[in-house]
Every structure is written in C-alpha cells, then in structure tokens.
Design a protein around this ligand. Structure first.
Ligand SMILES: NC(=O)c1ccc[n+]([C@@H]2O[C@H](COP(=O)([O-])OP(=O)(O)OC[C@H]3O[C@@H](n4cnc5c(N)ncnc54)[C@H](OP(=O)(O)O)[C@@H]3O)[C@@H](O)[C@H]2O)c1
Length: 285
C-alpha cells in the first residue's frame, strides 16, 4: 500500500519546501493542491477518508500548509470537521514551517537555559513562526511579549493566540530597531521571527543588555534578524549570551518535520499541531 500525502496549501502554489520534506519524511507520493479554504476542501477530504479500508487508512495522510497562519488553522479545522467514526486520516498543520521551526527554536533554547518564569520577547512575532514561538514559550512558563511594527498587529497576534491556545501575551508596537531594542530591555529571552532579510536589532541592543540570556533568530537570509550573530550559531556563547542561529536550530527543524511526516503514517488518527510538534521537538532536541 503506497503512502500518499495530500498537501493542502492555502496559497495558490503548494510549497516546494514542504513537498521535498514530505518525500524525505517517507511519503511515496505527495499530491499538492493550492488555493484551498474551508469552502472548497470538502470533496478532497472525502476522497482521502472514504477510499481505503479501515486497516489501510493510515497510508493516506493530509498536510496543511501555506503562508497565512490563520487561514491554515481554519483549513486544518475544516478538514478535521469532516472526519467521523473511523473515517479519518492523520493530519499535520505547518503553515510556512510555523510549528516545526518554532518548536525547534524554542526546544533548543530550552536546552541552553530555563524558560519558565523568564521574560521572553518574540520580535516581529506576527508571522506564522513568531505566533507559534510565542505559544510554545508561554506553554513553557515564560512571560511573553510580541512586537510588530504596528501596535494593532501586535495586539491582533495576542488575541489570535489567546483565542486558539488560551495563552496570554502582551503586544508591543515597535516600528524600528531602537524601539525593538527598548522592547527587549528587561527580557531574558529574545526570539527573532522577522521576515527573511529583515534586521530587527543592532548588535549593541543585545550586547549591551545585561538581562538577556538566550537568543534565537529564525531568519536565515542576510541581513540576519539579530545583527552580530551568525546563522550557524548552535548554542554559541557571544558576549555572555547563548545564541541559536537559523541554521543552528534548522537542522532540528528539518528532523522534526520529517519525523512528523513519518508518524502520520503510523496510524490514521494522528494530529500534529503546535502541542504535538513541540512535544516531539523537545524529545529530539
Ligand atoms: N530556520 C528555519 O528552519 C526556518 C524555517 C522556516 C522559516 N524561517 C524563517 O523564519 C522567519 C519567520 O517566518 P514567517 O513566515 O513567520 O515570517 P513572515 O510572516 O514573512 O514575517 C514575520 C513578520 O516580520 C515582520 N516584518 C516584515 N518585514 C519587516 C521589515 N522590513 N522589518 C521588520 N519587520 C518586518 C512582519 O511583522 P509586522 O508587519 O507585524 O511588523 C511579519 O509579520 C523568516 O525569516 C523565515 O525565513 C526559518
């Protein structure tokens, strides 16, 4: 029985990155569909759940991706809403690598120091990776703030994660590097989740800050989110702070992503969202 992964993307073109990792994770065939939303996904889900006999349903799985976290969450929910009795297949949500990237970054930070009870700032935390990093840091007991260039977006991000995961975070409007430097003034943990190539902090903002202990930067495109760090940093100490660069924890991200794909085919009732992906990342970190 071939392992079939249906890649449901909220963007017009299914992500090539996710297709490659799906094959590397053990799928025999990856079938991508783009431009999906709760209104047009129904017949695709029916095709996945009605075709194979109960014992062989585990060889069909669904992966939800795309650039928009809220759209991905809504699609993920709509897919699962169609399941009934044993008419279901395993599902994973990872819009823009959100769950796997955030899980790997936060899990690696957790190997370098205590997260519980610390003040954590997720810089540019309004994208898929930042939103998930904020949730995972909060679940580990950190007191989380999220910055955005606009206060309204920061507030909306906090509202979205409260609504979906019940965790609290504080929104901060920080339109430039100096205001972001101010936002991390009292933080022990900084997770940079800005868009590729967007510099968020100058080196002096963290080097001269005596409170910061742990830094992770998800951006692997120059210039980096945190100036003065290196994307290859793997728990490297710089100026008394432990740094995890995007490639430094990216190896774990890829390993976690592949492991989740492999697990989808172990049973037909697996669900991989933030909590499950983070639990696996902590085990693997
Ligand atoms: N290391 C890995 O394994 C891995 C895997 C996947 C993704 N990534 C990287 O992780 C990062 C986050 O991914 P994502 O998809 O969540 O990012 P994203 O949605 O593209 O961007 C995140 C946020 O960055 C802010 N931003 C955009 N342009 C900016 C600018 N010029 N200056 C300051 N802020 C800016 C925006 O926030 P506001 O508009 O609210 O300010 C945006 O919501 C990216 O750099 C991505 O390449 C890494």
């Amino acid at each position: 029985m071939k392992k079939l992964l249906f890649q449901f993307d909220t963007d017009p073109n299914p992500s090539v990155f996710d297709t490659v990792v799906a094959y590397d994770g053990g799928a025999d065939h990856v079938i991508g569909h783009g431009g999906l939303n709760p209104d047009n996904v129904g017949s695709l889900v029916e095709g996945a759940i009605f075709t194979r006999p109960p014992k062989e349903k585990k060889f069909t799985a669904i992966f939800v991706g795309g650039g928009n976290m809220v759209a991905g969450q809504n699609l993920f929910k709509a897919v699962q809403k169609m399941f009934f009795y044993d008419f279901r297949v395993s599902v994973m949500l990872d819009s823009n690598g959100s769950n796997t990237t955030a899980a790997a970054g936060v899990a690696k930070l957790g190997t370098s120091g205590t997260l519980a009870g610390k003040k954590a700032v997720v810089l540019a935390g309004t994208g898929p990776v930042g939103l998930r990093a904020a949730i995972m840091l909060a679940k580990e007991g950190a007191e989380v703030s999220i910055t955005s260039r606009t206060f309204d977006r920061a507030e909306q991000a906090c509202f979205d994660i409260k609504e979906r995961f019940g965790v609290d975070a504080t929104g901060i409007g920080a339109p430039n590097n100096d205001t972001r430097g101010e936002a991390v003034k009292n933080a022990q943990i900084v997770f940079a989740a800005g868009a590729a190539g967007a510099k968020l902090l100058e080196a002096h903002h963290w080097r001269d800050n005596p409170n910061i202990e742990l830094i992770a930067d998800a951006n692997a495109t120059l210039p980096l989110g945190i100036d003065g760090t290196d994307m290859m940093d793997r728990g490297k100490e710089r100026n008394g702070k432990i740094i995890w660069g995007a490639i430094g924890f990216g190896t774990l991200k890829l390993a976690v992503h592949r492991a989740c794909i492999a697990k989808l085919f172990e049973a037909n009732d697996q669900v991989f969202d933030a909590e499950e992906v983070f639990a696996l990342a902590k085990e693997m970190a």
